[in-house]
Design a binder for this molecule. Structure first.
Ligand code: BTN
Length: 329
């Protein structure tokens, strides 16, 4: 069914503003006219609109601005990631759905996407603003064969993948990474990543990679207090973002970078992260049980910690849970 829907959409997409007769569709897709009618009805339920003329056939009038598994599937170029997609209208948090699905046996690469979240969550217990249909709110199930203490690498890897995907799909913008994995444009946040893992001792069972991207939000979609520190791809580029295309590109970048990580280790990922980082050279404050300190960020260490050069010249490495950052969504 999904495959036939995709083929129908592709057929109409190749003939914009034209009528396609039932016999023409039936000839091209090798299905009966009754089957075509059924598939058109299914597409209508997904939000597509058609004009039907008994003499001329069907003309596609509009496509829905909702995310459908078939939209993502038709653009996917991955081996595993996103091969199973669940789309929801409204959820509390896609992270919660993903945890539930993985416990019920969801396989590696399962993707959960929602049009709206009522209690989307960010790092450090923050709320993630998730207005309906305007952003990408997704959670991906991954079961990497790495020990638990390596997961900070994946946090940084995910930021690099997202940065590359955004640059490809929205070439008008050039986001930078704020340690560990926020994406900023001119100092304002456009996306955030939240990794939640389940492990027994050092044995990692799974990771839920949650990604929020502010795609098509306009000024009026933000509460007043977020405006000084948040922006969207639409506000920065002046163009509406094809959310399905951005999801598909992110999954591809993530899969490719993960393969690179598994074959060559953290080195290449560290180089890519550092090349896109806006944090390096900046002053960062942090604290640990021994007190508070401030230093200039100079790079990453082998474990994905951020190395600071303190005023007295000594180096101090901080890990993401300890960093005190200012301004978040
Ligand atoms: C952060 O910047 O603090 C991370 C934000 C992560 C938000 C995403 S939206 C999809 C997924 N579901 C959630 O509840 N959170 C993540």
């Amino acid at each position: 069914m999904v495959l036939m829907k995709e083929r129908l959409i592709a057929l109409f997409g190749a003939a914009p503003d034209e009528y396609l007769s039932g016999s023409e569709i039936s000839r091209q897709l090798h299905v009966s006219r009754t089957a075509i009618w059924k598939h058109i009805q299914a597409l209508k339920e997904d939000g597509y609109t058609f004009e039907a003329s008994p003499r001329l056939g069907y003309k596609l009038l509009s496509v829905p601005d909702t995310l459908q598994p078939s939209d993502i599937a038709s653009l996917l170029r991955t081996k595993t990631l996103g091969r199973t997609v669940h789309c929801y209208e409204e959820v509390d948090s896609t992270q919660n759905i993903a945890h539930r699905l993985v416990q019920a046996g969801a396989e590696e690469g399962t993707l959960i996407v929602a049009e709206r979240q009522t209690t989307g969550r960010g790092r450090l217990g923050r709320h993630w603003h998730s207005p309906k249909g305007k952003g990408i709110y997704m959670s991906l199930v991954v079961k990497p064969d790495i020990p638990l203490h390596m997961t900070p690498h994946l946090t940084l890897l995910a930021a690099v993948a997202l940065c590359r995907a955004i640059r490809r799909v929205v070439p008008e913008v050039s986001p930078g990474i704020k340690w560990p994995n926020d994406l900023l444009i001119d100092g304002k946040k456009i996306s955030g990543i939240l990794l939640e893992s389940s492990a027994e001792n050092e044995n990692l069972q799974y990771i839920i990679t949650g990604v929020g991207i502010s795609c098509n939000l306009q000024k009026e979609d933000y509460p007043e207090e977020l405006l000084p520190k948040a922006t969207s791809l639409y506000m920065e580029s002046g163009k509406r973002v094809d959310r399905a295309a951005l999801i598909a590109e992110f999954l591809l970048q993530l899969e490719e970078l993960f393969d690179l990580y598994m074959s060559q280790g953290f080195g290449p990922i560290r180089t890519l992260w550092e090349a896109s980082a806006v944090t390096l050279g900046q002053s960062v404050r942090s604290s640990d049980p021994n007190g508070e300190y401030e230093g200039t960020a100079v790079g990453l260490n082998d474990w994905g910690g951020l190395v600071l050069k303190l005023a007295d010249g000594t180096l101090k490495t901080i890990y993401s849970a300890n960093a005190r950052e200012s301004g978040h969504m």
